[in-house]
Structures are given as C-alpha cells and as structure tokens.
Design a protein around this ligand. Structure first.
Ligand code: ADP
Ligand code: MG
Length: 392
C-alpha cells in the first residue's frame, strides 16, 4: 500500500497548534527541513566520492516563540517528555539522547559568537526515524534554520550544513559524511543534489520528468550491529587507500586496484572495489540523467545494490528481499531501477519507477514482502522537494 505523504502545510499547522497547546504560545517563527534519500553513491561520501541524493517530501517542522528566560524548552510529537536546558552558558551534551542533535546545533551558533535567546518550540515530523532517510540531519537543519529566523541572521547554506554535521559528530557521536546535511540544506524541487564529497561542492541536477518517481520502501528493521560495522567499513577503506599509497579515492583506477588485488587481501580488496566502482557509477548516473537515459540509471542502481551486498557487505536479508521483489516486477511492471539506500543493515530501498504504475508497484512490494518476512513495510513515493527553509 502506498502511504500518502502528509501535506507540508498540515505539518506546519500541526506544529504551530502543538506550540499553542503545549506551551500556550503563538508561533513567531517556523522552520522546516526535509529528509533525504540517496539515489546512488552509497558508502562513498566518506571516501571523497560523489553521491546523488535528493530531499524528499517528508519533513521535520519546528514552530517556536522566544521567551524572556535563558531557557530552551522543546516538545516533540515523538516524545511524551519535553526537554529543557539553559543557553546562558555554552550548551553541553546531555539527556535525553534526541536533545543532543538540538544542543549540538545551538552550540554551533554559540561558537560562532551568537548570543542565544530563550525559546519554546514544538516539533512535528513525517520522516520515519532510523529508516535511512536522515531524520537526524533534518532535525539539525530545522533547528539551525529556526535559529536563523529567531536571531534574524543567515548563514551561507554550506556553512549551515557543516555546522549541523559538526553537531552530529560531536554531540550525537555519529561520524557521518556530508551527504545527509547537504541534501536537507541544498535540496530543491525537481532537482537531485550531486555532491562532490572531495571538494564539498553540491551541484543541482534536473529530475523534472513528472512521469518518473521514486518509491521509498522501509523494511521496518534496523539491525543492531550497524554502528560498529559502519566504523569498521570506514577503517577498511582507509587501510586500502593507505596500502594503495593514494591520498584520495578519486585518484584510484580500477586497473590499479586490480594490480594490487592479491596483496590487498580479503575482504579489503572487495571493499576497495565497491568504492572505486561506486564512484564511477555515480558519475555515469549523473551523465545519464542529463541525457534522460533512465534505463542506464536503472542498470547502475542494480549494479550498486549488488556491490553493496557482495563487496561492501552492508545489505541484509530484508533489503535483498525488497530488491528482488522489485526486480521481479521488472521494466514491464514500471520498475526502472532499485537498490538499498542509506547505511544498510535495514532501513529502506529506493526504486525508480513510472509514476503511473507506482501505486501498483507499492501494492506488490508490500504484499510479497509481508509474505516473505511477516513484516508490513512502509512505502511512499517522493519526487525531489525543497530544502530547509523558514515558513513565511
Ligand atoms: P535516521 O537519521 O536515519 O533517521 P538516526 O539514528 O541517525 O536515523 O536518527 C534518528 C534519531 O533522530 C532519533 O532516534 C531521535 O533521537 C532523533 N529524531 C529524529 N526525528 C525526531 C523528532 N521528530 N523528534 C525528536 N527527535 C527526533
Ligand atoms: Mg541519521
């Protein structure tokens, strides 16, 4: 079953109503930030690679009003308990865990010399958490954008995204690359965000054919081991690069890798092969999109999934099941390409498909996935949507 995306205007109204109900305040400032899905270029944002994500039509909205105290109080629809902390001194990490994404962003503004006002805020979200769709980055960008509004200041988009990434590193202790925050910050309607993670420069790539859409299917599983394995994969790619005596993966060719295949040893050589081939696939994918060659893109997505499953080994049974079902539906059924997306070990798949067949594809995916696993997936469609912004 295709789940309808809640309308952004309704989320905004709900956040403002939440602020009124919870704190008795009328919102003066409201900010929104989208989640993201990565079309191709997986596990290479920390390898100087290129990634091709888009902001999705799922959002975090935060409505706020400044107060006369030096206290921040925030309630969220996802937590019964509101959080509060002082902003008179440098904000520190603390409990509960979800407050750290917010604390980290506030601290980033303090570090840049801003004196923070006290405020009350209410958060509403339509982004599933922990589903590989970057609800954490959206939360950070929503808070940073809210602060821009409350402080009547504007950061350069890139600086804002980097501030949020730093919050995720230092307050949530997740050593993420720049993809998540850049997607939520730079996303545009009808555009993919091609990010060169070596230069840190994003480029908007048209995705404006309304006959094409992206289906996002959440496996509803999130396997525990993912944190340790993420760090291990990062380390393995660093080991491989050091062995190859290169400063950047962008300077490694597949021929060079093959020449060192045996010396690199298992599984480091396969990890390296994923990085080199995935960078190439992402470059080719962006070129294919520029020429409206969707079939080429579909084949690249298939190869990307196989590489993540076999060489990088970050897929799992549930992701593979969804991908196999979508492959079974095939081109005749409207599926152009499908792959796991995000860090892996659960989370979601992304399927490029014909818009007019998306509802039927979602029905088949849901029915067959439930039959195979006993789990009901969450499936929705999205076209590229607008990045973080203040609501006027
Ligand atoms: P992902 O970013 O893929 O969704 P993460 O584990 O990185 O998964 O981030 C999820 C965390 O972000 C949640 O556990 C919670 O701490 C925080 N978060 C996400 N959405 C909200 C929300 N609406 N309100 C409060 N915290 C949220
Ligand atoms: Mg996250």
């Amino acid at each position: 079953m295709l789940e309808i995306n809640p309308h952004l205007n309704d989320l905004i109204a709900d956040a403002q109503a939440g602020l009124q109900e919870y704190f008795g305040l009328k919102a003066s400032t409201t900010a929104t930030a989208p989640g993201r899905v990565n079309l191709i270029g997986e596990h290479i944002d920390y390898c100087d690679g290129l990634v091709l994500p888009l902001a999705i039509d799922r959002h975090i909205v935060i409505a706020a009003k400044t107060t006369a105290h030096d206290e921040v109080r925030i309630a969220s629809d996802l937590s019964k308990e509101s959080i509060s902390f002082h902003v008179g001194a440098p904000v520190q990490p603390g409990e509960p865990r979800w407050s750290n994404y917010i604390r980290g962003v506030l601290r980033g503004f303090q570090n840049r010399g801003h004196q923070l006002p006290g405020f009350d805020a209410y958060i509403i979200s339509s982004i599933p958490q922990g589903a590989g769709l970057s609800s954490s980055a959206a939360l950070e960008l929503a808070v940073a954008t809210l602060l821009e509004g409350l402080l009547d200041t504007r950061l350069a988009t890139r600086e804002k995204a980097l501030l949020c990434q730093q919050a995720e590193h230092e307050f949530a202790h997740v050593p993420c690359g720049i993809m998540d925050q850049f997607s939520s910050a730079f996303g545009r309607e009808n555009r993919l965000v091609l990010i060169d993670c070596r230069s840190g420069i994003p480029d908007l790539v048209p995705f404006d054919n309304p006959d094409m859409t992206l289906l996002i299917a959440n496996t509803m599983v999130s396997h525990e081991l993912s944190d340790g394995i993420y760090a291990q994969r990062r380390k393995q790619t660093q080991q491989a690069l050091a062995f190859l005596e290169k400063h950047s993966w962008r300077d490694v060719s597949i021929e060079e890798l093959e020449a060192s295949w045996r010396q690199l040893e298992e599984p480091i050589n396969r990890r390296a092969r994923h990085v080199v081939t995935e960078i190439n696939r992402t470059v080719t994918a962006a070129e294919a999109l520029a020429h409206n060659e969707f079939e080429v893109l579909g084949k690249l997505m298939a190869a990307s999934h196989d590489s993540l499953r076999d060489d990088f080994e970050v897929s799992c049974k549930e992701l593979d099941t969804l991908v196999e079902i979508a492959r079974g539906i095939g081109r005749k059924g409207g599926v152009i390409g499908t792959r796991m997306t995000g860090g892996g070990f659960g989370g979601s798949t992304v399927t490029l498909c014909e818009t007019r067949k998306s509802s039927q594809i979602a029905d088949t995916l849901a029915a067959e996935y439930t039959k195979a696993t006993g789990i009901r997936p969450q499936i929705f469609a999205s076209r590229p949507s607008e990045g973080a912004r203040l609501v006027h």
